[in-house]
Ligand binder design. Structure first.
Ligand code: GDP
Length: 298
């Protein structure tokens, strides 16, 4: 995902090699190169602006260190700033004091929500939980069936509406699913919801209604890291529509420029909690800002 960004940053740092001390002009030059590298990776403009301002300020103020030469100091500063824009600490799921913990998924169609439901279910099982998936995406004809398939692959129970009763009411499916999870003592409920290809007022309202009905402990906004500059508007619309508590980045295995991954935390103020890196159910893990920053700079 970040190959080009990685190369561009490396070449920016290269120009500092062998320098004994950084002049103002050196700092300006390297900051300019980092700025272009980030913008070309589709990182949102305000995020880049703050990032560069911080790098410059810290590079100017950096102590002449015995241990690090100027190039290493700048790399360290860029690393720290990447960790910061990615959210600093790893943010874990906040489980309900009284189970079941309710996790609602929201995002555009194709973002990877249904796949994620299976991945998260499997991951939660690995954490010793007993999750249940609830198929409240009644918009896409095949969504319920697809959730049943991934649930089966993950070995996780799926609550789905009875077929053949027309389109059905997703809010009722969500609340029925929650009641069923309580009855059958599942301790985490993952509610899959519908999305369209673009932002859609009607579906956003539906997601908001589901949110109001099931009162989730976490609302995870699922976003395809390959969508580039559209990430900002999409994230802002879902923040307003469903006030999500965390972000899941999907398709980090793609070869797009990845700016969504680097912008979404700063734009929304919500932590990135998980990352998906492939189509297999096991291509998924908790998101660690420090590890991601190291990967970009490696
Ligand atoms: P939904 O419409 O949001 O429910 O999206 P789906 O779960 O149906 O996913 C859409 C497509 O993206 C499917 O073909 C998935 O296999 C694929 N997909 C989901 N997550 C990933 C990922 O992390 N990497 C890759 N390469 N493909 C993914």
């Amino acid at each position: 995902m970040f190959d080009t960004l990685q190369d561009r940053l490396q070449s920016a740092f290269k120009s500092l090699r062998g320098k004994g001390r950084l002049s103002e002009a050196d700092i300006d030059a390297v900051a300019r190169e980092i700025r272009v590298a980030l913008l070309d990776a589709d990182v949102a403009v305000p995020v880049v602006r703050d990032f560069i301002a911080n790098v410059k300020e810290r590079a100017r103020g950096s102590e002449v260190s015995q241990a690090l030469n100027p190039a290493q100091q700048v790399i360290k500063i860029v690393n720290d700033e990447l960790v910061t824009i990615l959210g600093g600490e790893t943010r874990r799921i906040q489980y309900a004091k009284n189970p079941p913990t309710v996790i609602m998924l929201a995002g555009l169609q194709g973002a990877g929500k249904t796949t994620l439901a299976g991945k998260l279910g499997l991951w939660l099982k690995g954490q010793g939980k007993s999750p249940m998936l609830v198929a409240a995406d009644l918009q896409r004809p095949n969504a319920v069936n697809q959730l049943q398939v991934v649930g089966g692959q993950a070995g996780v129970t799926v609550f789905a509406p009875e077929p053949g009763n027309g389109i059905g009411d997703p809010v009722k499916v969500a609340t029925d699913g929650l009641a069923e999870a309580r009855r059958t003592l599942h301790d985490v409920v993952i509610v899959d919801t519908a999305g369209r290809l673009g932002i859609d007022a009607e579906l956003m309202q539906q997601a908001a209604d589901i949110r109001a009905a099931v009162d989730p402990d976490e609302v995870l906004f699922v976003i395809d890291a390959m969508i580039g500059q559209d990430a900002v508007v999409t994230a802002e619309a879902f923040l307003e529509g469903v006030d999500f508590t965390g972000v899941v980045l999907t398709k980090l295995d793609g070869d797009a420029r990845g700016g969504a991954a680097l912008s979404v935390r700063s734009i929304t103020g919500r932590p990135i909690m998980f990352a998906s890196t492939g189509e297999k159910l096991t291509d998924f893990d908790a998101f660690h800002p420090d590890r991601m920053a190291s990967r970009i700079l490696d």
